[in-house]
Ligand binder design. Structure first.
Ligand SMILES: Cc1cc2nc3c(=O)[nH]c(=O)nc-3n(C[C@H](O)[C@H](O)[C@H](O)COP(=O)(O)O)c2cc1C
Length: 199
């Protein structure tokens, strides 16, 4: 489920329209996106995450703040995101700055998750080395047996990230490599400017 907040202006309207096109076609993991971060020595890394919210403020996903991506984000808040839907022949590229969403939004999302996902988020030390998956499963079962559901609260190391874009490119496949590229960039005056790019 993707929460849709207030979306009232371009390029967010186009972004939402494309996401809804993918959703309405029931594409598997239509809200999956790749996010790239960069570590201190300049090495980029990327991974898939699921979009959870879109609004005029930007786009959000849920993760572990102490994971590899979380540690990289702590040192460099510049990120790049990529969506691609084969069936739509569309790609969307986003660049921007990432921050933690409000505690309130993170709590609300955490509380909406199934109990095992909540406990797994508490137990899992995402991106750290582990001995075996059996150990992890046992820890989850032990936690579940010792704790009442009402006592399960979002741990501080998990929550929603908010990406505030400063560039969004809409790419549409066309015949004979004449693909369309419409790019929006946020100007220094905080206004969105758009232009076409050669394929
Ligand atoms: C389709 C798909 C969706 C995923 N969604 C998320 C997600 O929403 N949040 C998340 O933390 N990891 C998600 N993952 C796992 C990440 O790709 C990644 O393994 C994990 O976040 C650890 O990345 P890191 O070590 O670079 O921090 C997803 C993986 C796939 C394949």
């Amino acid at each position: 489920m993707v929460e849709k907040g207030k979306v009232s202006k371009e390029p967010y309207l186009e972004l939402l329209k494309t996401l809804e096109e993918a959703e309405n076609k029931n594409l598997v993991d239509w809200n999956a996106m790749n996010i790239a971060t960069v570590c201190q020595n300049g090495q980029p890394s990327s991974r898939m995450v699921l979009l959870k919210k879109i609004s005029d403020q930007g786009i959000s996903f849920y993760s572990n703040f102490s994971s590899r991506k979380g540690k990289e984000i702590d040192l460099n808040a510049k990120v790049a995101v990529n969506f691609w839907w084969r069936e739509l022949k569309k790609q969307i590229r986003i660049e921007g700055v990432i921050s933690k969403a409000s505690e309130q939004d993170s709590d609300a999302y955490f509380d909406s998750r199934p109990i095992k996902s909540r406990v797994s988020a508490i137990i899992s030390n995402q991106s750290s080395k582990i001995e075996s998956y059996a150990v992890l499963t046992n820890q989850i079962e032990e936690y579940l047996s010792k704790n009442d559901e009402s006592s399960i609260k979002r741990p501080k190391h998990c929550g929603l990230y908010l990406i505030s874009p400063n560039a969004i490119e809409f790419w549409k496949e066309r015949d004979n490599r004449t693909h369309e590229r419409l790019k929006y960039e946020l100007s220094l005056e905080n206004k969105w400017e758009s232009f076409l790019l050669s394929p």
